[in-house]
Design a protein. Structure first.
Length: 176
């Protein structure tokens, strides 16, 4: 779609988040293992247990390293009401349990079981993004439910977005 090669969560080489941390912690460009093959990293986090817990998209050391290596890279904060994100987390299989059992930037192990934990975490991340990247011309804080979301993303990316909608509806646990 839209002519972009997109990595979403996992590639044939492994989880995006793990690949990003491997490169970063080796002192390299965090995106070194992804940029040759992909134009967009649409989801870098993974939280599956068994040591598969990577959140480079919430790690400001990582985000700043990406910015240093890729000054023109567009960072997009896909935002919607924090209450809706909490509801989605609560309905997405056992995600809330996995989050509560994981160490995540801004949400230590043992927290996340209460809605207020998740609301505070999400709101804190949004505020931190505004503080760190708010004046960055290559940062887009995008309300994904806004009527002009597709147009704003298209303008920021400099291409026409061919599609906009929901591809992974949480149908097993529909919203009320």
């Amino acid at each position: 779609m839209s002519g972009l090669r997109t990595a979403h969560w996992r590639t044939p080489r492994g989880f995006c988040g793990k690949l990003i941390y491997e490169s970063f912690l080796a002192g390299e460009d965090p995106l070194a293992q992804l940029t040759p093959d992909y134009d967009v990293i649409a989801q870098a986090d993974v939280c599956r247990g068994r040591g598969e817990n990577f959140w480079p998209n919430l790690d400001f050391n990582m985000l700043c390293a990406v910015r240093r290596h890729h000054p023109e890279c567009l960072f997009v904060l896909n935002r919607r009401a924090p209450e809706k994100i909490v509801s989605s987390i609560a309905r997405w299989s056992d995600l809330r349990k996995r989050i509560t059992n994981a160490d995540i930037p801004g949400l230590p192990r043992g927290f996340g079981g209460k809605d207020q934990h998740l609301l505070t975490w999400i709101e804190g991340h949004h505020a931190a993004c505004a503080t760190v990247f708010g004046n960055d011309p290559h940062y887009l804080d995008l309300d994904i439910e806004a009527s002009d979301a597709r147009e704003r993303l298209s303008a920021a990316m400099g291409i026409e977005m061919a599609w906009w909608g929901v591809a992974n509806v949480n149908a097993e646990y529909p919203t009320a």
